[in-house]
Design a protein around this ligand. Structure first.
Ligand code: ASP
Ligand code: MG
Length: 485
């Protein structure tokens, strides 16, 4: 059994839907398949914009947005389905469109919006795309069967970022999908959403259809979850920076989580965490090259131990440094309060450094979180700043965090030497650095201006191009250099 998830770009247009449905048909003879779909690309953003316009009382913007959403779906349906079946599929998506209109009308009166209210409207894009996809499968002679995830995927009530109740989800999923699969249907489940036990609609966080895929894969004990996308798999580096970036045939769950934390956008971090907890292998596959094996994410991957697997760059990072007066115990208490606050504010710290002799701490943050964190520090440590207990607070912006990762890197003695030699070849100074306590990554921040050179230099250090004469790019460059000397 394979759970196949199709993201927004795989169902963006009638053509893409046709191609994606054909992929399911290719595998449906030999496998039991459950499909999970995202909304048509950008539709979730537009639903969000509708809700904001309505709550803000902007009826004009609202009506033009609603018109666009409706037109786009009708155009896709009209392209995909001839004659009478066009009307039937239109009827299938009509309730979702009507619900969106009614919801926005109510918001125009209410003039307020909460995460719970939003979770009523955000899944409507998936409700439409899943209906269309199921019909597209039926058109190919399969028995596509629409399933609303709110009936089977049960979550807590953290609206906008809900977590699954696995036990309840497992039993409902089996009850609902088991008979469908047994009778030869291909269930097409709405991604991204679920509901609480009280049937309140919930969503799993933006980009959450990957997570729906791994949750359903676990609930059904599928053999694999396939994430269909438009790239070949997980790469050793960003191909826009390194033209020779390569696809990793296999990586571990932990490596994939680390990679998505540090900027690789191929799969949602939460989706990998669920897959890891529930031991379901995940495969990233390119829907334009279905025969290409892609990247398999599993518990242990052959040959990954102690080797650098990938290098990533998170641009727009900021270094916030605090220097605390050198008095006994003061620093620990201040740091404790600071991290507690960051936790409450849901701020991701990319990495942190502390040197106890000088009682200074450096936090490397995502640029978009920085002002919020600075405001929190101002509020939280108002008197400490005024009284000079915190001696200085400095901010350095426009940095990029470079992360090099792989399982058990810490146990690889020559790694740091090779890494920072590669960095120094670019004549760049490192602003901050840390080796992850989890042994999975080494991170450092450099000025954003030089980051492409740094990433390329590291990539060619750890992933040299092999030439047919047995030499590699790095040693060639090195020889040229020594020849000059
Ligand atoms: N449609 C949702 C979003 O745009 C979920 C997803 O695409 O995975 O966030
Ligand atoms: Mg996505």
């Amino acid at each position: 059994m394979i759970v196949m998830k199709f993201g927004g770009t795989s169902v963006e247009t009638a053509d893409r839907i046709r191609r994606s449905a054909a992929l399911v048909a290719d595998y449906a003879d030999d496998h039991r398949i459950v499909v999970v779909v995202s909304a048509l690309a950008k539709i979730t953003d537009q639903i969000l914009a509708c809700a904001n316009a309505a709550a803000g009382g902007d009826a004009r913007t609202l009506h033009s947005l609603l018109g666009n959403i409706e037109e786009r779906h009708h155009a896709v349906i009209s392209d995909l389905f001839p004659g009478n079946s066009e009307l039937i599929v239109r009827e299938h998506i009509h309730p979702a469109l009507q619900q969106l209109r009614d919801f926005c009308d109510a918001l125009l009166q209410l003039r307020s919006l909460t995460p719970q209210l939003l979770d009523v409207a955000l899944p409507l894009g998936e409700k439409m795309s899943a209906q269309i996809f199921a019909a597209a499968l039926s058109q190919l002679g399969l028995r596509g069967s629409y399933v609303d995830a709110s009936e089977i995927l049960i979550t807590d009530d953290r609206f906008g970022d809900a977590s699954v109740d696995m036990e309840e989800t497992r039993s409902r999923t089996r009850q609902k999908l088991g008979p469908l699969l047994d009778s030869g249907h291909v269930p097409v489940v709405t991604g991204y959403c679920g509901s609480t036990r009280k049937r309140q609609p919930t969503t799993l966080g933006r980009g959450g259809s990957d997570t729906s895929g791994t949750i359903l894969g676990a609930a059904l004990q599928a053999d694999e979850v396939w994430i269909w996308t438009d790239v070949d798999g997980i790469l050793t580096a960003d191909p826009r920076i390194c033209h020779d970036a390569r696809v990793l045939p296999e990586i571990t769950f932990r490596e994939a989580i680390e990679l998505s934390y540090y900027g690789a956008k191929v799969i949602h971090r939460k989706a990998v965490s669920y897959a890891m907890d529930m031991h379901i292998p995940v495969r990233i596959k390119n829907s334009f090259k279905p025969d290409f094996p892609g990247t398999k994410i599993t518990a242990a991957s052959a040959g990954s131990d102690g080797r650098v697997r990938a290098v990533t760059a998170t641009s727009n990072s900021t270094l916030v440094s605090l220097c605390i007066k050198n008095e006994f115990h003061l620093a620990a208490e201040i740091l404790g309060r600071l991290f507690l606050r960051l936790g409450h504010d849901c701020v991701d710290v990319l990495f942190a450094m502390q040197s106890s002799a000088e009682n200074s701490v450096g936090l490397v943050l995502r640029g978009e979180d920085t002002d919020r964190v600075l405001a929190s520090i101002d509020r939280l440590f108002h008197s400490e700043l005024k009284q000079g207990v915190i001696e200085s607070l400095e901010v350095e912006r426009e940095l990029t965090t470079v992360a090099v990762m792989g399982e058990n890197l810490k146990r690889t003695p020559e790694l740091l030497g090779r890494l920072f030699t590669a960095v120094s070849r670019c004549g760049v100074s490192v602003v901050a650095a840390a080796q992850g306590a989890n042994e999975l990554s080494v991170c450092f921040a450099v000025s954003s201006k030089s980051v492409a050179d740094v990433v390329r230099s590291i990539h060619s250090e750890f992933f040299p191009i092999h030439f047919s004469d047995g030499s590699d790019e790095r040693s060639t460059a090195w020889n040229e250099l020594s020849a000059e000397v």
